[in-house]
Design a protein around this ligand. Structure first.
Ligand SMILES: [Ca+2]
Ligand SMILES: [Ca+2]
Ligand SMILES: [Ca+2]
Ligand SMILES: [Ca+2]
Length: 312
C-alpha cells in the first residue's frame, strides 16, 4: 500500500515564486514578469529525482547560487562578480583582471602565473577590490563617483587639476617586491583640448611626502588632439628619466595596467600579448600601506578593479 501511494504521489512546485536571477523556473513553469507561472517552461533550478520527486538544486558552497549557475562553486560569492568576464568568478579566479588565462599557479600561492608579482616565491594579495559598493572610503580628490562595480573620476587638465584615489592595503613587512594592477576605461577626454589627457597608477615616495609630485607615474597619455599616444613611466619628483612607448589607446576600450617594484626597479606595463612595457631604477621608497593611487588627468575614467599583491 505504501508503495502504491509513493508511486502515485507527484508533488508539484507551486507557482508564484520569483524567477531565478537568470529567469529560470521549475519544470513545468515559465518565467513571466519575473514570476514563475504554470506553463510549458523547462526550468533547471530543481532537479527531478529518480523517483520523480523534486530535489533541491545542489549548492556546494551554500551561497544561494546553485552549482549549475555558480561561477565559483567552492567559494561563497553571492555577488557572482567576474571582473574580466571569463566565467570564472573573482572569488576563485587566480587572475581576476585578466581574461581567459589558464588558471595555473606554479608556486602555489593562490595568484596565477599571469598576474603573480613574484612567480617563484610565495605572495599574498594585499588588496583586491572590484568596487562592489562603489566608491570606498579612501583618501581622494573631490571628483569621484561610484556605482556597483566601478568608480569614475572626472578630471580637468589645468595646473591644479588631476584626480586621485589612494588605495589602502594592510602594511606588509616589506614593500620591496609588489605589483599594483588596475582595469581602466577612459570614457571621454575632458579638460581643454590643448592639454594632456591621461590615466594611470602612481607609487608615492616615503621620503618626499609633499604631494602629488613626489611619486612615480605609470600611465597612458595623449597630447592635444589625440596625438602622441603613449604608455609612459616617469619619476615625477625630479621630472627626469621619462620613458615612453607608442600605444594608440582610445576611449571606451578597457585596458589592464600594471606597475611593479622589485628592489629599486620600477616597471610599467599594459597586460596582454605584444603590449609595451617600460622599466627604470629609482631611489624612490614606497611610503606605507597608502603607497599606491589611481588617477586621472584630462579624462573621465572608469576603474573596474585594483589588485595589489606582493611578498608577505
Ligand atoms: Ca559560489
Ligand atoms: Ca573571471
Ligand atoms: Ca603564483
Ligand atoms: Ca608568487
Amino acid at each position: 500500500m505504501l508503495l502504491l501511494l509513493a508511486a502515485c504521489y507527484q508533488p508539484t512546485i507551486r507557482s508564484g515564486a520569483p524567477c531565478s536571477t537568470s529567469n529560470e523556473c521549475p519544470d513545468g513553469q515559465m518565467c513571466i514578469a519575473q514570476v514563475c507561472t504554470l506553463g510549458a517552461g523547462s526550468g533547471v533550478m530543481p532537479d527531478a529525482g529518480i523517483d520523480g520527486t523534486i530535489q533541491p538544486a545542489v549548492d556546494t558552497d551554500k551561497d544561494g547560487v546553485p552549482d549549475n549557475k555558480d561561477n565559483c562553486r567552492d567559494k561563497p560569492n553571492i555577488d557572482q562578480a567576474d571582473e574580466d568576464g571569463d566565467a570564472i568568478g573573482d572569488a576563485c579566479d587566480l587572475c581576476p583582471q585578466i581574461y581567459g588565462t589558464a588558471n595555473t599557479d606554479s608556486d602555489g600561492d593562490g595568484i596565477g602565473d599571469a598576474c603573480d608579482p613574484n612567480p617563484g616565491a610565495h605572495d599574498t594579495v594585499w588588496l583586491y577590490t572590484g568596487f562592489p559598493a562603489g566608491l570606498p572610503a579612501w583618501s581622494r580628490s573631490p571628483n569621484w563617483t561610484g556605482s556597483t562595480g566601478s568608480v569614475v573620476a572626472t578630471s580637468g587638465n589645468g595646473t591644479n587639476d588631476g584626480d586621485f584615489l589612494v588605495t589602502q592595503f594592510p602594511m606588509p613587512p616589506t614593500l620591496d617586491n609588489f605589483s599594483a594592477t588596475m582595469t581602466v576605461t577612459v570614457q571621454a577626454l575632458s579638460g581643454t583640448a590643448s592639454g594632456d589627457h591621461s590615466v594611470g597608477l602612481e607609487i608615492w615616495d616615503k621620503n618626499a611626502n609633499s604631494g602629488m609630485g613626489a611619486a612615480i607615474d605609470c600611465g597612458l597619455d595623449q597630447k592635444p588632439a589625440g596625438s602622441n599616444s603613449i604608455l609612459y613611466l616617469q619619476d615625477d619628483n625630479t621630472n627626469n628619466q621619462p620613458k615612453s612607448a607608442p600605444f594608440s589607446w582610445t576611449v571606451n576600450s578597457q585596458y589592464v595596467l600594471t606597475m611593479s617594484r622589485h628592489g629599486s626597479t620600477y616597471t610599467c606595463a599594459l597586460v596582454g600579448a605584444g603590449l609595451p612595457s617600460l622599466s627604470f631604477t629609482s631611489n624612490f621608497v614606497p611610503r606605507d600601506g597608502n603607497a599606491v593611487d589611481i588617477w586621472a588627468f584630462g579624462t573621465t575614467a572608469q576603474y573596474g578593479s585594483v589588485q595589489i599583491a606582493g611578498k608577505q
